[in-house]
Design a protein around this ligand. Structure first.
Ligand code: NAD
Length: 497
């Protein structure tokens, strides 16, 4: 069966499908079967250059950047309609290209992306210029002169040319997270997806055509670090929104520094779930299990460090171990499968190395730790749980981005907070407890951008800001100031009368 959108063999630049001058193609692999699903075009410097030029020209000359929010919303609603019309095709692609299971594909991958698009449109429509109250002031230069009367308004304008660079794990959702706010705010954008998952972003070119988006406003180029480096250092680019690893985030910040771009970074995590002695152990164990197995652990915000009170630790571990027997792993195209593959062999190899490091550090392997015997093809790795983990070990400190959870015991709340915060990363945190006020107090002490209490909403909400402390990022995505991140503020001050 041909996978939808894998027919795309060109890049989308200046409103047209453009053949890449690079002769090589990127074989895109279904991670569950190891079959090549398409030969994606690889962009090079020439294509990056053309995309930046198109974005710059469209921004500087309009009409998109000069339209009202209402006018842009009309196009964005057509954009939305085209996505809905093609939802079955998009979902089939997400399963084959990213290894998304039924739940992941309907949840964060597609459902979350559509909620984000709706939210961006609504937020844009609700934006009004801020007005200061009329002020009567004494003449500051001549106290004998007339009093002065004046006011000011703060206008928001699109920022300019945006570059969006995304990771492979939630490719459609992540690209939507750049495209929707950037476009609704009136910017022009160049998007570069991960080389592992190019089609989930290239498809937006067809959607832009169907919606009648003016040319040059959305440009999509593929390629690796060389293309990314060019996009993030070019003086014609004003803002970078990046989602990926902290290592590449730091490189991007350096690449963008000479031209002083605004840089927005959504990076990795090694998030802690604190389970207090009065917590619902069953629910806590299921939350942990859901997190370290979800998308085979390939999620930035997943809770993968379990800081569990020593009085309930054995029950917590035993509950996860028992439930794992029913955790179906296999081809994500099967709707009953809960856990699919990892993206590539290299990601699985990395996970294997961390399992060995964990064993070497003296941690106790409770479950998993190897490739599943019944899945010979595909980049599968068993859901893996360690107990008796030293929080200072690599197993607990590094983002593995594989299906590995680690359990660390504690005795006092202060100790739990110290362990949770003893991490270079700070994306997510969670506290489970029957004492909700104490859980709230502890949530305030966690050095992370987001905290769940007793499972939070168990949903990826776009209404609240999302982002990280420390090496987990700079800036926030979503929330009430999402579009404002993609806009400049301009204060216009004037006398009255
Ligand atoms: P990665 O950092 O390896 O790559 C991300 C993107 O950066 C890719 O498109 C890649 O081609 C590009 N890139 C690489 N070198 C570059 C350079 N020098 N200049 C510009 N671009 C360059 O990340 P990945 O392996 O694709 O994804 C996994 C990482 O992403 C994890 O760390 C995960 O936590 C993180 N992530 C974060 C969030 C979030 O919202 N915080 C969401 C998803 C994934």
């Amino acid at each position: 069966m041909t996978i939808p959108y894998t027919h795309i063999d060109k890049l989308f630049i200046d409103g047209a499908w453009v053949a890449s001058g690079e002769p090589a193609r990127d074989p895109v692999i279904n991670p569950a079967t190891e079959e090549v699903i398409g030969q994606a075009p690889i962009g090079g410097r020439a294509e990056a250059e053309a995309a930046i030029a198109a974005a710059r020209h469209s921004f500087d000359h309009g009409p998109w950047s000069q339209m009202s929010m209402k006018q842009r919303a009309q196009v964005m609603y057509r954009f939305r309609d085209a996505l809905v019309e093609n939802s079955d095709r998009i979902k089939a692609l997400l399963t084959a290209e990213a290894g998304a299971t039924f739940g992941i594909m309907n949840g964060p991958q597609f459902g979350g992306a559509m909620r984000a698009l709706d939210f961006a449109i609504e937020q844009g429509l609700g934006m009004k210029p801020e007005m200061t109250p009329v002020e009567i002031n004494r003449n500051p230069y001549d106290p004998r002169g007339h009093d002065m009367i004046g006011a000011a308004s703060v206008e928001r304008e699109p920022y300019g040319v945006v570059v969006g660079i995304t990771a492979y794990n939630y490719p459609f959702f992540l690209s939507m997270g750049k495209i929707a706010p950037a476009l609704m705010a009136g910017n022009s954008i160049v998007v570069k997806p991960s080389p592992f998952t190019p089609y989930s972003t290239l498809l937006f070119g067809e959607i832009a055509e169907a919606a009648g988006l003016p040319r040059g406003v959305l440009n999509i180029v593929t390629g690796g670090a060389d293309v990314g480096a060019m996009l993030t250092s070019d003086p014609r680019v004003d803002l970078i929104s990046f989602t990926g690893s902290d290592a590449v985030g730091a490189i991007i910040m350096a690449q963008a520094a000479p031209t002083l771009k605004k840089v927005h970074l959504e990076l990795g995590g090694k998030s802690a779930l604190i389970v207090r002695p009065d917590a619902d152990v069953q629910a806590s164990a299921m939350l942990a299990l859901m997190c370290f197995t979800m998308h085979s652990g390939q999620g930035c915000a997943l809770l993968t460090r379990y800081i569990v009170h020593n009085s309930v630790r054995a029950a917590f571990v035993a509950t996860i171990k028992g439930a794992l027997a029913h955790w179906k792993q296999g081809d994500p195209a099967d709707p009953s499968v809960l856990m699919g593959p990892m993206i590539r062999a290299a990601a699985r190899d990395k996970t294997e190395r961390y399992v060995q490091l964990g064993l070497d550090s003296g941690a106790r392997l409770v479950a998993g730790g190897k490739r599943p015997a019944h899945l010979q093809r595909g980049y599968f790795f068993e859901p893996t749980l360690f107990d008796d983990v030293d929080n200072r070990s690599a197993l607990a400190q590094d983002e593995i981005f594989g299906p590995v959870g680690c359990v660390i015991g504690y005795d006092t709340d202060d100790e739990a907070i110290a362990l949770a915060n003893d991490s270079p990363l700070g994306l997510y945190g969670a506290v489970n407890s029957a004492d909700k006020a104490q859980a709230y107090r502890m949530a305030r002490r966690l050095r992370t951008g987001n905290v769940w209490i007793n499972g939070g909403l168990n949903d990826l909400t776009v209404e609240v800001p999302f982002g990280g402390y420390k090496r987990s990022g700079v800036g926030r995505e979503f929330g009430s100031r999402w579009l404002a991140e993609y806009m400049q503020e301009k204060a216009i001050v004037y006398p009255i009368g």
